[in-house]
Design a binder for this molecule. Structure first.
Ligand SMILES: [Zn+2]
Length: 261
């Protein structure tokens, strides 16, 4: 059964088979997503993904033992701090906050944790927490990235001509529209380009050989820092539902392996 962690009473928690229950911790962020999408885009996605996951997972295993932990709405978003409204933990603050949650869960006998990363910038800190917690508590902290952005059916949602869709672009804006349509101001959409990396062949904005990107590296065509990549103007709620559904479905094989680990 998939339930929300915070809905359980203490007594229900005491009676739960905690050693075999997966605790999924959705990790969002509160950071700028351009002029058109809300600051809470990643936190909205972190809140919605577990519902989509629940729907997909229950098709495979109606009795899947999982508790969904409350969304952590702030993450490591230093790359966006120059833009108004963005909030970031420092890496050590974020690390210790997640570590302490993990320690508490381990103390109560949970062994299987899933950090659901809904903001890519969180990933390095989360990987570090997961590895240290695995060593310290002899538990299994899995790290799953949300968002099957390279799945062909997700790529197919991107409008023609929108050749580089990244942070705050069409895909993310579509997801925000599927979840909280009133928070998206699509008419204010502007396209963001990875200007600082234009013409560079060996160094990329992430990956093997990289200069870790900052929001200001991404600008409008006239050079104004915008901190998003892509043209969000073609976003729709229907595209967002498709992306959320496929992203959830793509997590099912991993979650089934976690159940049996
Ligand atoms: Zn985002």
């Amino acid at each position: 059964m998939i339930q929300y962690y915070a809905d359980l009473t203490r007594l229900e928690m005491e009676h739960l088979d905690r050693a075999n229950t997966v605790v999924m911790i959705p990790l969002g962020a509160t950071e700028q997503h351009g002029s058109q999408a809300p600051l809470g885009t990643d936190a909205l996605i972190a809140g919605a993904m577990p519902e989509y996951i629940k729907a997909e997972l229950e098709k495979a295993d109606p009795g899947y033992p999982m508790l969904i932990f409350p969304v952590i709405p702030v993450g490591f978003s230093v790359e966006h701090l120059r833009f108004c409204g963005s909030i970031s933990f420092k890496p050590d603050t974020y690390y210790h906050m997640l570590y302490d949650i993990t320690a508490s869960l381990a103390k109560h006998g949970f062994r299987k944790l899933v950090f659901l990363v809904c903001h890519g910038g969180n990933r390095p800190v989360v990987d570090t927490v997961a590895r240290q917690a695995r060593a310290d508590f002899d538990i299994l902290p899995f790290v799953l990235s949300s968002g099957a952005f390279f799945h062909p059916d997700v790529q197919a949602t991107i409008s023609e001509g929108n050749t580089f869709d990244f942070h705050g672009g069409e895909m993310e804006t579509s997801m925000a529209m599927a979840i909280r349509p009133s928070a998206v101001k699509l008419e204010l959409s502007e396209t963001g380009y990875k200007t600082a990396y234009a013409g560079k062949k060996a160094i990329r904005f992430s990956g093997e050989h990289a200069l870790t990107w900052m929001g200001g590296d991404f600008t409008t065509s006239d050079g104004r820092p915008i901190g998003i990549g892509g043209d969000p103007s073609g976003a729709t709620a229907e595209k967002g539902r498709i992306i959320l559904e496929i992203s959830a479905r793509e997590l099912v094989p991993a979650l089934l392996e976690i159940r049996d680990w």
